[in-house]
Design a protein around this ligand. Structure first.
Ligand code: TYM
Length: 325
């Protein structure tokens, strides 16, 4: 029997190369090794203000971009969180074994409270409990995520432990799986690449837009003039070269930057070409998929039906252990 793997992504606008390198690429690699469930977490996305008019499109776009990036629906489950109501039902139950103090310590909650100071709602606070419910509902063993989610997975383990201690062993303690790029920095070189900060390259960005964004991206800030030598070790774009360029190109730009044989413009040109080449097939497949919403809805509803059966089993088990009628 294969072990079970679960992961999720918010339908909050563009999926970017940080999501891809930190999580999605790993999902694709692990697809045959585990029984994989991938979830578009719309109930998480509503914890910050949003326009209801856009949500349906955002969900379908998230499905399309994930499939275009390699999540083959024939080899994994892809579904929408709100289509399986057991997620919120289990979240309520898990709330009762989650200490408030643990939630107060969550760095994502603190960051988001700062970013959305006018709307610090209880959903934002309980966000990690719903995330724990997502994972535990399917008794998942493995959760591939970027570094920013590790604290939430640790909490999910703690919640599983607390539930098991109180009501008996039901939930395995899930473990995070990190990729070799667990934290991709934004194009400003200072903050994590993130949808909300707008410092990203999306997976469906056009080659012209990739070129434009990269040409404005921050490099080694000590290199003021073309004739100054550069230091790739502190250049954020050199990190991206490691994921998009060939071994020979990486060696060349590294050496030529250190000796000022090439300037940032030339280095960025090589990177832009490679990023554009890697993303073009994703964008073309995405454009095909979004033309056919019925096809996407079919995949998502089949995914939800498969999840629903597992979710009902877990909830039945939990209710019984908890002495509910
Ligand atoms: P979300 O939608 O913010 O991001 C999706 C995945 O992308 C990773 N990621 C990054 N990795 C490397 N560098 C970056 N700059 C970067 N930005 C994002 C994230 O770590 C994540 O793996 N709370 C989750 C969604 C969620 C979930 C779950 C995940 C809900 N329930 C259950 C796992 C299991 C989130 O907001 O991810």
């Amino acid at each position: 029997m294969k072990k079970r793997l679960f992961s999720g992504i918010q339908p909050s606008g563009d999926v970017h190369i940080g999501n891809y390198l930190g999580a999605i690429r790993n999902w694709v690699r692990l697809i045959d090794q585990f029984e994989c469930i991938f979830c578009i977490v719309d109930y998480h996305a509503i914890t910050i203000e949003y326009d209801p008019k856009d949500m349906k499109k955002r969900i379908l776009n998230a499905a399309a971009v994930n499939i275009a990036s390699g999540l083959d629906p024939g080899r994994c489950i892809l579904f929408v969180q709100s289509h399986v109501p057991e997620h919120t039902e289990l979240a309520w139950i898990l709330n009762t074994v989650t200490p408030m103090g643990h939630l107060e310590r969550m760095t994502q909650y603190k960051d988001k409270s700062r970013q959305h100071a006018e709307n610090i709602n209880a959903g934002l606070f309980n966000y990690p409990v719903l995330q724990a419910a997502d994972i535990l509902l399917y008794k998942s063993d493995a959760v591939p995520v970027g570094e920013d989610q590790v604290q939430h997975i640790e909490l999910a383990r703690e919640i599983a432990r607390k539930f098991n201690m109180r009501y008996g062993e039901i939930f395995p303690e899930p473990k995070e799986i990190l990729s070799e790029a667990p934290r991709i920095m934004g194009l400003d070189g200072k903050t994590k690449m993130s949808k909300s900060l707008g410092n990203y390259i999306s997976l469906i960005e056009s080659p012209e837009s990739i070129r434009k964004k990269l040409s404005a991206a921050v490099t080694d800030e000590n290199r003021k003039r073309r004739t100054d030598t550069g230091n790739p070790d502190i250049c954020n774009l050199f990190t991206l070269h490691k994921y998009f360029s060939t071994k020979e190109q990486i060696e060349y730009v590294q050496g030529a930057c250190r000796t000022a044989e090439i300037g940032c413009v030339e280095c960025k040109r090589v990177l832009s070409d490679n990023v554009a080449e890697a993303l073009t097939p994703v964008r073309l497949r995405y454009e095909e998929l979004v033309k056919d919403p019925d096809f996407l809805l079919g995949i998502l509803s089949e995914g939800a039906a498969r999840c629903k059966r597992m979710a009902e089993d877990t909830m039945g088990d939990a209710r019984k252990r908890m002495g509910l009628l």
